[in-house]
Design a protein around this ligand. Structure first.
Ligand code: SAM
Length: 272
């Protein structure tokens, strides 16, 4: 018997068929995605076997597979995974329905079944904010990654001036400080309710510390605004290009101010 879908997975499943059309058209999303992809290419060994958590419709997995990486995409939304599989099947990638909370049991199954450890793992655009407790994710990735391999985890930033400006201009003051909330915060998508957690740096680093060292943090969307600025910002391509150039220069220095933050961890030699 398959387990019922969690609320976040149900919400994303409901919008999966419209996801690429909606977010793919937005230039701010494309700019943030370029920043993440450039860090992935810089970090993952060429031709490596890469695990993705919360891979959605497979945009990044297909990008990597086109560059000769072998990608194993996971996501808890069956419709997202179906869409991803159609992109990946000609490219030799693989898609599987799996929530990040289940990655430890996946690790045991994968390794006991003779599967090899991965050369890297990533999660882009906040799937891990749908997970309240990151400890099972850290333990699962610790089992699955080779020593020295990188986990590139992109979560929501918790102090995003870009969002504060946009929400003030839109007259939505309550949205301005939503990321300051501790614990589970309500979220809504496709008329469905679920919760997200704005994980803090200290908590993330502490949770991964037994098996991972933090190499760097990059701000993704420091000047490039969050999607709340859409569709307006997509009509300002020159301004956006300037913001993207600023972010390329300031991503490490101003990491804490990003719409998203990329945490680059490397697996150390500590055994589980
Ligand atoms: C904003 S989308 C990002 C999708 C994809 N990474 C991208 O960059 O387009 C968030 C994704 O997280 C997935 N998700 C929701 N809950 C999750 C969980 N508990 N574990 C892993 N992924 C989850 C959703 O199904 C959705 O595909």
């Amino acid at each position: 018997m398959t387990a019922p879908l969690r609320p976040a997975a149900l919400a994303f499943d409901a919008i999966a068929s419209r996801f690429d059309e909606r977010f793919g058209a937005w230039l701010s999303v494309a700019a943030q995605r370029r920043a993440v992809r450039s860090a992935l290419l810089e970090t993952f060994p060429k031709g490596g076997h890469i695990l993705e958590l919360g891979g959605g419709t497979g945009e990044d997995a297909a990008f990597l597979a086109q560059r000769e990486y072998r990608v194993h995409l996971t996501d808890p939304s069956p419709t997202m995974v179906e869409l991803a599989k159609t992109k990946l099947e000609m490219l030799g990638g693989y898609g599987e329905v799996l929530a990040a909370e289940e990655v430890e049991s996946f690790a045991i199954r994968h390794l006991c079944g003779g599967g090899e450890q991965f050369d890297g793992a990533f999660s882009n655009f906040a799937p891990l904010n749908c997970v309240s407790n990151l400890a099972p994710v850290a333990r699962g990735l610790a089992r699955l990654l080779k020593p020295g391999a990188s986990a590139m985890l992109v979560l929501f930033g918790t102090c995003c001036p870009g969002e504060m400006v946009v929400e003030t201009l839109r007259g939505r003051p309550r949205q301005m400080l939503r990321r300051r909330k501790r614990g589970e915060a309500p979220a809504r998508l496709g008329k469905r309710e679920f919760t997200v957690v704005y994980h803090r740096r200290a908590e993330i680093v502490r949770t991964f510390a037994p098996w991972f060292s933090l190499n760097r943090r990059l701000g993704i969307g420091v000047a490039v605004p969050p999607s709340a600025a859409e569709p307006w910002i997509s009509c300002q391509p020159k301004l956006l290009a300037g913001m993207e150039a600023f972010d390329r220069a300031a991503a490490a220095l101003l990491a804490g101010l990003g719409d998203h933050i990329l945490y680059q961890f490397s697996r150390n030699d500590e055994s589980l």
